[in-house]
Write a protein that binds this ligand. Structure first.
Ligand code: EPU
Length: 423
């Protein structure tokens, strides 16, 4: 029996919804615990399935993890002994690859399977492997299984073919314990990378340039870090952006609290192009659905551009906009897997090529039974259900639970008709 969301569309949403800590920040901080000689504390931890998977993966390597309550975790890698990532767990989520960097740097060897994750196109790891090779590691590929060895990881000058978020984070963490200076060029610039670098620096690392395309790391020649203060997980800009999109369709008004508006510029500007009125505060944004939404053209880009993780929720908004909109997905090659289901719900969407869709609106959506292909499209389907006539069932709630904490309870609090059911 699996869990699903049962949704009755048509309710107007109002009130406040709080943003949780960022999935794509906390997972990296947890992996970073391997770089430390004593415990680290992480605050503002979202209680999501990917965090539970990361805990299981790290526990299997000997990292002691304690839940301190109140969204705080303590991780202590003092007794780290394992260097083989449990394949059953690692295959469930892409962020498992982030553990490889610190592990290799600390133990000089690591074994792992090809990392799993969402069905959003090929997710190569060639740049990670090239980076470690440049740092003098030996990479042995045995089908879908990798062994990497390096007695001493050497600092290196490495250029990313395209900016990679986890690639930047992983090589940055490897470089912290390496021998010599590492320069990462064409690096990704996401706020989660900056936050990780700040934490590592506050614990003794020397990383300069995080948040720019050129990051320079002075290696500590194997000397582990020591935490001086807790890591505070930054607000999830993807979750906050998703709630803003929802509020722009159904909010009367909806205030998204505990967010960082500075990280949401691209979304705010896309929403105002669509005719949405927004009030931007220091840690909140208030939105109200306009009388009518306007069509817009969206191109996903690396940060600070429009995030690929928000294109599926934004597509739901565009089904309600007047005129023809376009979404151009430039980061992943297969992130329109959700389109056929939306068409079955009544949306008018044309797949122009694997990277572009045209959406004609507004269209009335009808409730249906659908299944989440990945966590971001899963949330988009929940949104589609909330604006549809009748009942929608979104199967595979696990995908949504990977990244969003108790979403049905939080949406219910702002007036949505949604419940979790077992099917
Ligand atoms: N790429 C390569 N080779 C590599 C690594 C990446 O060709 O070795 C390519 C990818 O195929 C893609 C591009 O580089 O075309 C950029 O991908 P990136 O590596 O930045 O993605 P990622 O690090 O795997 C993270 C987030 C994703 C988010 C992307 C883009 C985590 C755990 N995941 O993925 O989040 O979509 O950055 O912002 O941080 C999600 O949370 O649902 C999610 C998919």
């Amino acid at each position: 029996m699996s869990e699903a969301f049962k949704i009755f569309g048509g309710s107007i949403l109002k009130g406040e919804i709080e943003t949780r800590g960022a999935k794509n920040s906390v997972l990296k901080a947890m992996a970073a615990s391997i770089l430390f000689e004593g415990p680290i504390e992480i605050e503002n931890v979202p209680l999501i399935e990917d965090v539970f998977r990361m805990s299981e993966l790290l526990s299997g390597l000997g990292v002691e993890i304690e839940n301190l309550g109140a969204r705080k975790l303590m991780l202590d890698a003092s007794n780290l002994q394992g260097w083989i990532l449990n394949p059953e767990i690692a295959k469930l989520f892409r962020a498992s690859i982030v553990v490889v960097g610190p592990l290799l740097a600390r133990l000089g060897r690591v074994e792992f399977p090809y990392p799993g994750g969402c069905l959003i196109g090929k997710r190569p790891i060639d740049m990670f492997l090239d980076g470690w090779r440049k740092m003098a590691a030996k990479v042995i590929e045995e089908g879908d299984h990798f062994k990497i060895e390096a007695k001493e990881l050497k600092g290196a000058d490495f250029t990313f073919r395209v900016p990679s978020v986890t690639g930047t984070e992983t090589l940055m963490m490897s470089a912290v314990l390496a021998y010599g200076r590492t320069i990462l060029r064409n690096a990704a610039m996401e706020p989660e990378i900056v936050s990780l670098a700040e934490f590592l620096n506050s614990s003794g690392a020397k990383i300069e340039g995080a948040g720019t395309p050129r990051i320079v790391i002075e290696g500590r020649c194997g000397k582990l870090l020591r935490a001086k203060s807790p890591f505070y997980v930054i607000p999830d800009r993807i979750e906050a952006g998703s709630f803003l999109i929802l509020g722009s369709i159904l909010g009367n008004p909806l205030t998204v609290t505990h967010c960082d508006p500075e990280h949401l510029d691209a979304v705010v500007s896309a929403l105002s192009d669509a005719g949405v009125g927004l009030e931007v505060g220091t840690d909140f944004i208030k939105v109200k659905r306009p009388q009518s939404l306007k069509s817009v053209q969206i191109k996903t880009r690396e940060y600070p551009g429009f995030p690929t993780d928000l294109q599926a929720p934004f597509a739901i908004l565009l089904t309600q906009a007047h005129g023809q909109s376009m979404i151009f997905e430039t980061i992943f090659e297969n992130r329109f897997g959700y389109v056929d289901d939306l068409k079955r719900m009544g949306a008018d969407i044309f797949l122009a090529d694997p990277h572009r869709i045209l959406i004609n609106g507004p269209t009335k959506l009808r409730g249906r039974e659908i299944e989440s292909p990945d966590l971001r499209a899963g949330l988009a389907f929940v949104f589609a259900g909330l604006i549809s006539n009748g009942e929608t069932i979104v199967r595979n709630a696990y995908q949504v639970d990977r990244g969003y904490e108790k979403i049905e309870e939080r949406l219910k609090n702002i007036g949505a008709k949604i419940e979790r059911v077992k099917l």
